[in-house]
Design a protein around this ligand. Structure first.
Ligand SMILES: NC(=O)C1=CN([C@@H]2O[C@H](COP(=O)(O)OP(=O)(O)OC[C@H]3O[C@@H](n4cnc5c(N)ncnc54)[C@H](OP(=O)(O)O)[C@@H]3O)[C@@H](O)[C@H]2O)C=CC1
Ligand SMILES: O=C(O)[C@@H]1CCC=N1
Length: 271
């Protein structure tokens, strides 16, 4: 069995995962074939030493890949898949697309095709991603082990047995980094509002989120306990949390945002 991998689409998410495989040494660049129509993105991938082509037709007929990972936009999926039916066999197809169900892949690739859905996130680029896996019954244990090994180079891996949970997963960890980046933007702007210059405000906001995230990940204490440890009675934090937490203000807003993301994931799956 070859360890050759085809990566279809090398934009934000495809490139993040490619970096994980190469930086960890899990795959040699020569084992990876990237299909990417955009010349600049193809060049960016090529600079890492992988093979690159602009379209599937340029892939060698006897490539015999073990995994084809598809990282194109959900809306492009139905157009992209037919070019890969010729690889259906021992190969496992892995999709990172939001919303698109396994059934659509089976429709295009055959109902015996081995399909995995993975919901990653962009911190995968530095090995700090969250990746959630769902697989159909045709993925062999050997291929699941091989692919899980690759996914682990991108971060933490969890699996689900109920595909319908993937929309909720997407709304939390798939889109989640954007919520956190927006929080950093907001904290920076607020810093400027209370008198800091923008560079200092940006440093304080970014390092605070970084440090708090790392502490939450490493500590045995719950986020609730960690929050309480910052909050002196009648102090500054209590004054701020009174704004954020009274009437569950921030929690309500985050819940609404997550529900909107989940709804959009469901819609993408029906498109
Ligand atoms: N970005 C993220 O944080 C996350 C994204 N995802 C999923 O990852 C997928 C990709 O998203 P993202 O990386 O952000 O999108 P990008 O647009 O950055 O990347 C997709 C790339 O695929 C290329 N492409 C289009 N058609 C083909 C084709 N036929 N063959 C090969 N490549 C093709 C696009 O080229 P062109 O632009 O020229 O069309 C583009 O460069 C989506 O399905 C998304 O749901 C999942 C989790 C997180
Ligand atoms: O915004 C999106 O649709 C993709 C899926 C999760 C993160 N980005």
């Amino acid at each position: 069995m070859s360890d050759r991998v085809v990566l279809v689409g090398c934009g934000n998410m495809g490139f993040a995962m490619l970096k994980g495989w190469l930086d960890s040494g899990a795959l040699e660049p020569q084992a990876i074939h990237v299909v990417e129509p955009a010349a600049m993105l193809r060049q960016r991938a090529g600079e890492l030493g992988v093979h690159t082509v602009a379209e599937a037709g340029e892939l060698s007929a006897d490539l015999n890949p073990r995994m084809v990972l598809i990282a194109v936009k959900p809306q492009a999926m139905a157009q992209v898949l037919p070019a890969y039916t010729r690889f259906a066999g021992d190969v496992t197809f892995v999709s990172v697309a939001a919303g698109i169900p396994v059934a659509l892949f089976e429709k295009h690739l055959g109902d015996k095709a081995a399909i995995m859905r993975v919901m990653p996130n962009t911190p995968a680029a530095i090995g700090k991603g969250m990746l959630v896996v769902y697989r159909n019954a045709h993925v062999t244990d050997a291929n699941a082990v091989f692919i899980n090994g690759l996914l682990k180079t991108s971060g933490e891996v969890a699996s689900i047995a109920d595909e319908s949970l993937m929309d909720a997963v997407t709304a939390i960890s798939g889109s989640g980094p954007a919520y956190v980046f927006h929080f950093i933007e907001c904290l920076t702007d607020a810093g400027v509002t209370v008198g800091l210059d923008r560079d200092l405000a940006a440093l304080l906001a970014m390092q605070t989120v970084y440090g708090a995230g790392a502490l939450a990940a490493q500590s045995h204490e719950s986020p609730t306990k960690l929050r309480e440890q910052v909050t002196s009675p009648n102090g500054t934090t209590a004054a701020a949390l009174d704004v954020l937490m009274s009437e569950d203000r921030l929690e309500d807003l985050i819940t609404k945002a997550v529900e909107a993301a989940k709804k959009r994931s469901v819609e993408l799956g029906k498109a």
